[in-house]
Ligand binder design. Sequence first.
Ligand code: ZN
Ligand code: ZN
Length: 120
Amino acid sequence: MTKQSQLILAIVARYGHVTADEVHREAKKSLPKIAVGTVYRNLNELAETGIIKKIEVPNAPDRFDKTVAPHEHLICPNCGAVEDLMITGLDTLLQSAVGEKDYHYCLTVSARCENCNRIP
Ligand SMILES: [Zn+2]
Ligand SMILES: [Zn+2]
């Protein structure tokens, strides 16, 4: 693993649910010359090898997650906060509905987060 990808992995592990831009901003503190393209490439490579997980967010940049176990996400439409959402049995349900093992899905639920709910 290169120095860059080690750093990028450490940032994802520390913050979770980060966008490539956020990783880039943080990575520059340690490697001031790191290019945003390098960050993108490394994030995608790490996601392809299954070390981290890419989260597709509708109408927003992809995020990268340290938790690779199956889980979905709640995204606050107000502030953009991302929270983990576990739906027990979803995988089994989907598999029986689709009838195949090989499928891809991306589920994000839009709901106001606790912080935004507090403000009337
Ligand atoms: Zn919010
Ligand atoms: Zn997550």
